[in-house]
Design a protein around this ligand. Sequence first.
Ligand SMILES: C[C@H](O)[C@H](O)[C@H]1CNC2=NC(N)=NC(=O)C2=N1
Length: 96
Amino acid sequence: MTEKLSDTARKTVLDPLLEAGWTLLEDRDAISKTYKFEDFTEAFGWMTRAAMWAEKWNHHPEWSNVYNRVEVTLTTHDVDGLSSLDAKLARKLDAL
Ligand SMILES: C[C@H](O)[C@H](O)[C@H]1CNC2=NC(N)=NC(=O)C2=N1
């Protein structure tokens, strides 16, 4: 069962992500990051790999792509806020 991150978990789990370039949205409990690639092929290739993980974990990003940029927002709709799944997916996206 997915749960919202507790206050202590937010510190340990979110702080490293914020240091890695993720930012907390002001208007809702979500994190976002913009990735920039060499070109569209690189961006879309990365999105394709990311999509496989999202599907595997049944946890899906909100994202948009323009040429070589991909803007990603992560939140857990089922709990209306951040959960450990968002952190897990964020770490995977950074690693891909
Ligand atoms: C029915 C389905 O399992 C749920 O809607 C899943 C799908 N992917 C999801 N993705 C995200 N980001 N948040 C969710 O709450 C979510 N829930």
